[in-house]
Ligand binder design. Structure first.
Ligand code: PMP
Length: 392
């Protein structure tokens, strides 16, 4: 199988699997128990916190472990309502479905919400951001890298705009961490969400980084995580997350070279695909984007057919965010970019990793359009152009 869905989730590293198994069998005690077994589990938790903090460029006390990025985002956004006497939230139109649903619910509760639009190429409309961020804004929340297009968002500029108005900046760095270097201490952000399963760790664990000195309210009351997240700590998950950062093959000295290598592979893949199928459209291609993400359509071929043919060729990809795929609704981010519905329904996201064999990916750039052309020829349809929904 050629796995091309690394933005949905990544395979756990072998060291992660053994670290999780070891904690389950040896350190199953409650880290809050005062007895010896509990204190041994506490020591493991402390070490894992230090390792994750070092990797993310934050202090151990700034880390609040959560069940993943969805919870971290909720902790950030809900906590911002009323913070410092302000309630306004400003997000971008490209945020994760969970964030959109949360701010809709908060909006119904009376929280003022502003949504920054996207340009047709997937970039953020910074002039609109400047207009929306005001004296009543408590928090600006934006992804570091868009999960479907991979487009990198201007978080440093947003930090300046937010701080100039006395607002905080929350960055959902779920898709960036593990793909490009990230250092909280230099990011300009006040709060940052991350999720372990996007960088070789287990599912169901992540963190919200809360800048030291910010007094942040909990979603779940309890004494754990300095009162910021009640509930017995998910020690196997947290240790698995720490193992993912400890055993990552990305190091400070090879980041640059490796991301350039990935970007080159992505560009070769897209160029070869275009040579076989001139009607290829790559969404977000004009902007700086993640080096391993291609969000594209092959002319007017519906994503269902495109994915079916990919599957027959032994490759797994998705028609956008795993959290919203499977429905008939077009991608929200493409809609925000002004892509018409029938074109948006053709979008397929391929996201690979440094371990993806280049030869396999490049071979797919030829076999995939050929396979689609065969399917469309036998259906008696114009190659690459079928009415949307014609083939489910
Ligand atoms: N934010 C972004 C940008 C994501 O891509 C995802 C996962 N698709 C999430 C949040 C949710 O992460 P989790 O699965 O850890 O809840």
């Amino acid at each position: 199988m050629l796995y091309l869905d690394h933005n949905a989730t990544t395979p756990p590293l072998p060291a992660v699997v053994s670290a999780v198994a070891e904690v389950l069998s040896r350190h199953w005690a409650n880290p809050s128990s005062p007895h010896e077994a509990g204190q041994a589990a506490r020591a493991v938790l402390t070490q894992a916190r230090e390792q994750v903090a070092r990797f993310l460029g934050c202090q151990p006390v700034e880390l609040v472990f959560t069940s993943g990025a969805t919870e971290a985002n909720h902790l950030a956004l809900r906590g911002a309502v009323g913070h410092g006497g302000r309630s306004g939230l400003v997000i971008s139109a490209g945020e994760h479905a969970g964030v959109h649903k949360l701010v809709s619910a908060l909006g119904r509760e009376g929280v003022p919400v502003g949504v920054i639009g996207l340009h047709a190429d997937g970039g953020l409309q910074l002039d609109e951001a400047e207009e929306l961020i005001g004296e009543g804004t408590s928090l600006v929340s934006v992804m570091a890298a868009q999960n479907e297009t991979g487009v990198l968002m201007p978080t440093a500029e947003l930090a300046r705009l937010a701080h100039a108005k006395g607002a905080l900046l929350h960055v959902d760095a779920t898709q960036l961490v593990g793909k490009l270097p990230f250092d909280f201490s230099r990011s300009g952000a006040d709060l940052v969400s991350v999720s372990a399963h996007k960088f070789g760790g287990p599912k169901g664990v992540g963190a919200l980084i809360v800048r030291k000195g910010l007094n942040w309210p909990a979603l779940f009351q309890g004494s754990q995580e300095r009162g910021r997240r009640g509930g017995t700590e998910n020690l196997p998950g947290i240790v698995g997350m720490a193992a993912a950062v400890q055993h990552s093959t990305w190091t400070a000295s090879n980041w640059h070279e490796r991301s350039a290598q990935l970007a080159q592979l992505r560009d070769r893949f897209e160029a070869r695909l275009r040579a076989c199928c001139p009607e290829v459209v790559v969404h977000g291609a004009g902007r700086p984007r993640l080096p391993q993400t291609s969000f594209l359509r092959l002319g007017h071929v519906h994503a269902d057919l495109a994915l079916q043919r990919l599957a027959e060729l032994g490759a797994c990809a998705s028609s956008g965010s795993a959290c919203s795929s499977g429905g008939q609704a077009p991608s929200a981010v493409l809609t925000a970019m002004g892509v018409p519905r029938d074109e948006a329904l053709c979008a397929v996201r391929l996201s690979f990793s440094i371990d993806t064999p280049p030869a396999d990916l490049l071979a797919l750039a030829e076999s995939w359009p050929r396979s689609l052309a065969d399917a469309l020829d036998s259906a008696g349809t114009h190659p690459h152009r079928i009415p949307t929904g014609a083939i489910a």
